[in-house]
Design a protein around this ligand. Structure first.
Ligand code: NAP
Ligand code: MG
Length: 492
């Protein structure tokens, strides 16, 4: 009898747990049909009167129309930011600036549920992620930097501290509100004003943030939100009256921006792509490590710049880790981002799904062995099953290029030196993970891996006090913590 029950349980585990869906309500959110630009504290129509549709990638339905800002609109936003900087924000006592930043944080927190639902609707990320990670972290960034605004003398003792002026900020679609918070909060705390452009597929939470900024009474022009495509971003980069460019996005666009800024006096930080190594040693706690691997690459659909997309497992435990990982993958739910049971939501856009599928084909053509669990995939919308590639060569394209989807390559190693070489053999250097019981090994690796963030026995953990940024083609400059604050200051 007991044996029979166990067999049944095992079967159930392998066949996936059958949960009833638990959908997050959407009736409490308020979306306008059409969004204009937020410039100088007012909502204004784009000068060329052009709008584009933003869709829900989980079902391809239109959510709203978004204004496309022209070069002239960007110019208007920069003029508003300059005026607000010169006349108001740079003259305001820092303790007053802090109050506004704090108020924005409180208002965001009060509307956290609305933000989380809108983020999941538009980006495709699971409600679990947006509710538990993105939105609380975004609020925390505002709280954290509100605390620094009137303590810059303590942050940078014995230095002359000056704000920069107008900051142009361009952000990607994978953490829409969080990236806006990473950019806006330190810029304001340091005394700058802002023109921010969200990604074309995820403008809504930035526009909701603009509503909160309006409600907070922040002086007009201190924060301006201009929506649009790449050209809108380029108009910000090339505007002559901007003092600082902060960009998060792909390495390809980062290179274009860096070239455009050569010979100008604009200060710049670039947070770009990644292909981060997650390294599991034989003495690691294996079950936790497997959970860390899943968290590192499959949750949030692999739409994470620092995703642990290259797995290195020490040879002696490789078979065991792969077996456990496959078992765990069988229990992952791919589906509606608003279902609280969902582990892997929708891929952000059709284009991104096509990019991921292109890499799956490349992987198979390169001779790697592909594994996907037998999970059900919704027919409508953009979805990708979690995918493993075994028998991968270090030089293969799928181990070298950023895929930005739930796709993991696995390689084995024997010695510490070998895995350091392999992990560093990448054009990127954003993050890494190390799983081992040995503290000395962790310290050895953290000093030798060329990555901006290294997690030990965990993965994808963030905190506003901790700096984040890359080596090599993952960019330069740091966001978060005091480093993130100094990126918006002239210190002499
Ligand atoms: P992307 O294509 O580079 O776009 C990023 C932003 O730049 C978007 O707002 C985009 O507008 C805009 N843009 C496009 N062309 C531009 C140009 N010529 N000049 C100025 N701005 C331009 O990146 P993505 O596809 O949105 O995001 C994914 C990438 O971001 C990945 O590579 C990922 O690794 C990286 N990322 C890095 C970090 C980090 O902290 N290191 C964090 C998150 C994401 P449109 O949306 O309208 O094209
Ligand atoms: Mg893009």
């Amino acid at each position: 009898m007991i044996t029979f029950q166990l067999i049944n349980m095992k079967k159930e585990l392998n066949d996936n747990w059958d949960y009833s869906s638990s959908l997050e309500a959407i009736n409490h959110i308020q979306l306008k049909k059409k969004y204009t630009l937020f410039i100088d504290g007012k909502w204004i129509a784009p000068s060329k009167n052009t709008y584009f549709k933003t869709i829900n990638p989980a079902n391809e339905e239109t959510l709203a129309e978004i204004a496309s800002a022209s070069k002239e609109d960007v110019d208007l936003a920069v003029k508003a930011a300059r005026k607000a900087y010169t006349n108001v924000w740079s003259k305001m006592p820092a303790s007053e600036r802090a109050k506004y930043i704090y108020r924005i944080a409180r208002l965001m927190q009060e509307r956290a549920r609305e933000f989380a639902v809108i983020e999941s609707l538009e980006s495709g990320k699971t409600i679990r992620e947006s509710r538990d990670v993105d939105i609380p972290l975004a609020c925390n960034h505002f709280f954290y930097y509100a605390g620094w605004a009137d303590k810059l003398d303590y942050a940078f003792p014995n230095r002359k501290i000056e704000s920069l002026g107008v900051a142009g900020q361009i952000i990607p679609w994978n953490f829409p509100l969080l990236m806006a918070a990473w950019k806006i909060a330190p810029a304001l705390a340091a005394g700058n004003t802002v023109v921010l452009k969200p990604a074309e597929t995820t403008s809504l939470t930035a526009l909701k943030l603009a509503e909160i900024i309006e409600e907070s009474g922040l002086p007009p022009g201190v924060v301006n939100i201009v929506t649009g495509f790449g050209e809108t971003g380029a108009a910000i980069v090339n505007h002559p009256d901007i003092n600082k460019i902060a960009f998060t996005g792909s390495t390809a666009v980062g290179k274009i921006i860096q070239k455009a800024l050569v010979g100008t006096s604009k200060k710049v930080t670039l947070e770009l792509g990644g292909k981060s190594a997650n390294i599991i040693f034989e003495d690691a706690p294996i079950d936790q490590a497997v959970e860390g691997i899943v968290n590192g690459i499959f949750f949030n659909q692999g739409h994470v710049c620092c995703a642990g997309s290259r797995l290195y497992v020490q040879e002696g435990i490789a078979e065991k880790v792969i077996k456990k990982l496959k078992q765990r993958m069988e229990s992952l739910y791919v589906g509606d981002p608003l279902d609280k049971n969902t582990d892997i939501g929708a891929i952000n856009s059709k284009e991104q799904l096509q990019t991921i599928e292109k890499y799956l084909k490349i992987g198979m053509d390169e001779g790697a062995e592909m594994y996907q669990p037998k999970c059900a995939i919704p027919k409508k919308g953009f979805y990708c099953a979690p995918t493993l590639f075994l028998n991968v060569a270090q030089s293969s394209i799928i181990a070298q290029e950023e895929i930005f989807g739930p796709v993991l390559t696995i390689q084995t190693f024997r010695t510490v030196d070998e895995v350091i070489q392999k992990a560093n053999n990448s054009p990127f250097g954003l993050a890494a993970g190390v799983w081992t019981d040995k503290g000395s090994r962790i310290f050895n690796l953290t000093s030798k891996l060329r990555a901006g963030v290294i997690w030990a026995n965990c993965y994808n953990k963030f905190d506003p006090t901790s700096p984040f940024g890359g080596y090599k083609e993952s960019g330069f400059g740091r966001e978060g913590g005091l480093h993130g604050l100094s990126a918006y200051l002239k210190l002499s």
